[in-house]
Structure formats: C-alpha cells, structure tokens
Ligand binder design. Structure first.
Ligand SMILES: C[S@@+](CC[C@H](N)C(=O)[O-])C[C@H]1O[C@@H](n2cnc3c(N)ncnc32)[C@H](O)[C@@H]1O
Ligand code: SF4
Length: 238
C-alpha cells in the first residue's frame, strides 16, 4: 500500500467556478441558471486558491474547472494561465454550447489544458436531448468530441445513469469507442437539485448497471474494443 496522504494533498480538486450555464438539464444537481450567483469567487480569489494548491510537494493536485458552465467565466484563460505559472495542471468540464468554440479552446490548449470532459446522456438524439433540453445537442456533442480531439485534447465522457438512458449504456459505449473516446465515466443519478423529481431506476436495473462490462462470451450483441457487450437488461446480449 502506498503512503499517500490525500487529506494533506488531494489528487484532484474540483472547483465549481459558477452556477451560470446556458443549459437547463432535467437532472441538474446544481440547479444551474443563466446568470452567475452573487458572491462567486473573483479572479483574484481564484488565483489565491490556485496558489494554495501550489504549495507543497509536486505533483500538485490537478484542478478541474467545472460548474455550471466554466466557459461562462470571462477569466477562464487568465485562471488557466495562472495555474500554468504555478505548475498546477488544469482540466475543464464545460457544457456543450456555442461557447465551446475553437478559438477559446486553442487559447486554453496553449495554456497547457490538455484534458476535457463532456457529458453524453444517451445513444440517440431523442434520449440525450430529452435530458439536455436543447434541440441538436446530441449532434453538437459528437461534433465537439471530434473538434476537441483534433485540437489535441484528451476527451473523457461522463454519463449520469437514469430512467431515460439506463437501457442505452451498451450503445453509448459503442458510439464513444467509434468516436475515439477512451475514458468513459458512468455514475448514478443523485436525486438532488432538479434531479429530485426523477424516478429511481429499478433495483434490478441498478444491479445490471453495476455488472455492466465488456464481456467476451462470443454471443450476440454489439462488440466494443474487441469484446462482446452485455446489455443492461441481460436479454439482448449475453
Ligand atoms: C454538474 S455537471 C458540470 C459540467 C457540465 N455542466 C456538464 O453538464 O457536463 C458535471 C456532471 O454532473 C452530472 N450531473 C448533473 N446533475 C446530476 C445529478 N443529479 N446526479 C448525478 N449526476 C449529475 C452531469 O450530467 C455532468 O455529467
Ligand atoms: S449542462 Fe451541466 S451545469 Fe448545465 S444544466 Fe446541464 S448538468 Fe447542469
């Protein structure tokens, strides 16, 4: 066992820069809104926070800038630049919107930001957009994955599992593999914020999700990374 002291020096620090977001997803735990909250950290306060991460031994914690939509902050490049000068690695978790534009991405890439996570909540436009509430958002998300990869970012995709998409996990995996995504984080919906009105998935579905994994029993179903996929209902695949 390694003697890592995460209380003294965490590996990852998530800073929710703002509550502002141009989307209004049905499940949003943050209850994100169009305008920032009064009292969000100023640029100077944010820089001080970064300075605090930069004391102590290297490697310093990785700072994940999230929200809301971190790209609504006009100082995001300034903050990334400050972090670069302090040898603090930065990753971003933006919302997919018009703000996720190539010139801004190029500026962030120049400041050393190399990892980006986006959300994909369904294998079809219907499911994803029922959750994200923006027509065309499924296509925009797939396009954003391609643009980010072309710009040299490592892309992680996050999927919150809920009633709407619990039966689409295998298809999402295939889709992401085809799009060149190699890191996929899947987590359960937490019934807080706007998500408190969404019905829980059934216990059996939850168990299937926990057991969901690529398998190679050579039976029917889609293949992923050379493996046969288990479908979450256990009927269409293995
Ligand atoms: C709060 S968002 C911030 C980044 C960005 N706005 C986005 O949606 O990708 C981070 C992740 O939390 C997920 N999320 C939001 N509300 C949630 C909830 N109630 N339970 C579980 N995950 C949730 C989102 O789907 C997203 O993948
Ligand atoms: S994009 Fe993220 S922060 Fe914005 S409403 Fe959706 S889940 Fe909330």
């Amino acid at each position: 066992m390694t003697d890592e002291r995460f209380d003294d020096q965490p590996r990852l620090v998530f800073w929710e820069l703002t509550k502002a977001c141009p989307l209004a997803c049905v499940h949003c735990r943050a209850v994100a809104q169009s305008a920032p909250l009064p009292g969000e950290l100023t640029t100077r306060e944010g820089m001080k926070l970064i300075d605090e991460l930069a004391v102590g031994p290297t490697p310093h914690p990785i700072l994940v800038l999230t929200g809301g939509d971190c790209l609504t902050r006009p100082d995001i490049v300034e903050l990334a630049t400050h972090a670069k000068h302090r040898a603090v690695s930065v990753a971003i978790a933006p919302s997919v919107s018009a703000r996720l534009a190539d010139p801004l991405l190029a500026q962030l890439r120049e400041q050393g930001v190399s990892h980006v996570s986006l959300s994909l909540d369904g294998a079809t436009a219907t499911t994803h957009e029922e959750i994200r509430q923006v027509p065309g958002h499924f296509r925009a998300t797939l396009d954003a994955i391609g643009r980010l990869r072309e710009a040299g970012f490592r892309v992680q995709i996050n999927t919150a599992v809920m009633k709407h998409n619990v039966r689409e996990l295998a298809d999402i995996a295939v889709l992401l593999h085809g799009a060149g995504v190699r890191v996929w984080e899947v987590f359960f919906l937490v019934n807080v914020g706007r998500g408190d009105k969404i019905d829980d998935i059934d216990p059996a579905e939850a168990e299937d999700v926990c057991n969901f994994q690529p398998c190679n029993n050579g039976s029917k179903g889609e293949t992923y990374n050379g493996h046969q996929l288990c479908y979450v209902d256990g009927q269409e695949g293995i």
